[in-house]
Design a binder for this molecule. Sequence first.
Ligand SMILES: [Zn+2]
Ligand SMILES: [Zn+2]
Length: 399
Amino acid sequence: MPKMKIAVVPKAGADFEIQEREIPTPGQGQVRIKVQACGVCFSDHMVKDGLMPWIQYPRSPGHEVAGIIDEVGPGVTSWKKGQKVGVGWHGGHDFTCLQCRRGDFINCANEKWTGIHYDGGYGEYMIAPWEAVAAMPDALDPVEAAPLLCAGITTFNALRHSGAQPGDLVAVLGVGGLGHLGIQFANKCGYQVVGISRGKESEALAKKLGAHIYIDSSATDAAAELKKLGGARVILSTAPSGKAMASLINGLGANGTMMVLGAGPDPIEVQTGQLIFGNKELKGWASGIAPDSEDTLRFAEYTGSSHAIAVTNCTAALHLICLAAGLGPGDEDLAIGENGHRVVTMLRRGRTVGQGRRETAPPCGRGRAVEHRPGHGLQAEGVDRVAVIIRVAAAPNDE
Ligand SMILES: [Zn+2]
Ligand SMILES: [Zn+2]
């Protein structure tokens, strides 16, 4: 039986392990995908750190998957071998619960999450239910496309359902994994885009990505600044902090909506009056289904807003190992991971992924030098679009 390598978390809180397994066979309604690239998302730490007690281990995370259909199981009529596809956070639905019967698949009572309910993209192959699979435009590089399957779809889908119209003032809180894509999409949607982050460091990046205005929330009252600009129609809150979100509520204009995307540990404390006066809205948004991914991928492709990919967390990059096949030989910088496996960390820059210059992530590419710290991106100085692909080759002694 042919074998594959897969990176798994053996149990909650444990380090990743590279296992060799038989390449799985797709069952009824499933497809097998040969993984070309898988983004590293902060949410992957839920698997690593066992934040959901019901997760079954060993588990291989990864829900930003780009690859090629390699085999289709019985009953699958919508996919065929050789198709370029992606799989995101929404990993399938049951078609039978009340919400599914209403066609509201993202709110399926038995929704599956890729890499959480079943093994995700941190392996050379993965199995996915057919309904979780999105078609991928040919022109998109898998490395570039992978993060669009979570960070991309979440920001794009939230923006297009936010009620904002071209010309409206749209603020994006946070310039990290979600925010850097949110800013690009917001710009391409024709909004007046305000990037908000703490410190001056993110200003250049935010503006380069398409923010027309930048507000340093550590130096000024960002809500007051938004008010001066007329108040935001929408605030896309990507920073995982309830406190940071709460501090911006007063920056919403009349009928303004705060879209809550960043999952933070603390509550969003809002006075009732802050929402009542001005008919303001606080609304959560959770990614989307496969057709939404397809819209995101196409939009990113034809607007050229898929660059600056996957500014992932060091947390994720260090603690989570993403297996990504399909990168050309010599395309990598090597570092030795502490588990004895070779970990490949690639940062790509420049418009042409694949031909661009590569830089090794400074402290992040090596071992465990950086602690678990959300929001600490792998944004090396001067690197404006960062794809982090950590490819695990065989350990030196098993080659
Ligand atoms: Zn994610
Ligand atoms: Zn359902």
